[in-house]
Design a protein around this ligand. Structure first.
Ligand SMILES: [Zn+2]
Ligand SMILES: [Zn+2]
Length: 223
């Protein structure tokens, strides 16, 4: 196989025995974006303009705060506050207060790191579909993977047309790997619940011990 930069990251994570290869890749993408935002992004007018307009969500603010460049984050947040102060104004009527409440709430729902991450991840969703179309070896890798969290499974479905003539085969392969995963989770949840029946008191939980963390990962991915 000839790997491009983006296909290299895909192969590397599909070869690993991991919970969701796309969650792992997304973590790398997010970390790179955060690093760039606090380094060159502080100086780049276009980036500053976008941070000004979109800001950060709680998750990414905390991720940025954990990084060494506190000055970078402070500069970005100073810029961001210019936008907030355009909305944060004295109001003299309840009608205007309700309007401002909506405007302030919507400022809390946008994030430049989420925007950049989504844009970057779309390239990987497309690459995965294209690899399935072109590489037999990759079909095997997908078939023997552990499936995906539901968010990333949905994204792979959304971009499945990039597998072109192999789309139907790709959808079937995705469904098989995902249904194995979800059926196993349901089986473990049932086993976990059954062990709490008084007739089963004292019996070991075995694999079912992880039933709830496992279903959490199925729904929300691994943080
Ligand atoms: Zn995931
Ligand atoms: Zn975010």
């Amino acid at each position: 196989m000839q790997y491009h930069i983006s296909t290299g990251l895909v192969i590397q994570h599909f070869e690993k025995d991991c919970n969701c290869p796309l969650c792992e890749m997304e973590k790398i993408v997010e970390a790179n974006i955060c690093r760039e935002l606090l380094a060159d992004g502080c100086m780049d007018d276009d980036v500053r303009h976008q941070v000004n307009a979109r800001g950060f969500c709680l998750k990414h603010f905390e991720q940025l705060y954990e990084m060494p460049s506190k000055l970078g984050l402070s500069l970005q947040m100073t810029t961001r506050m210019n936008t907030i102060f355009k909305t944060f104004q004295p109001v003299n009527s309840t009608r205007k207060a309700k309007k401002q409440a909506k405007a302030l709430e919507s400022e809390l729902t946008t994030c430049i790191v989420c925007d950049y991450t989504q844009k970057e991840m779309v390239k990987y969703y497309k690459t995965i579909a294209q690899l399935f179309d072109k590489e037999d070896q990759f079909k095997q890798m997908l078939a023997s993977s552990n499936g995906f969290c539901l968010k990333h499974y949905a994204k792979l479905l959304e971009y499945s047309d990039f597998a072109f003539f192999s789309s139907a085969q790709y959808l079937k392969a995705l469904y098989e790997v995902e249904s194995n995963r979800l059926n196993k989770s349901v089986e473990l949840l049932q086993a976990f619940s059954n062990r709490h029946d008084y007739r089963n008191l004292g019996k070991p939980l075995g694999e079912a011990t992880n039933a709830l963390p496992r279903i959490k990962n199925d729904f929300f991915g691994k943080k």
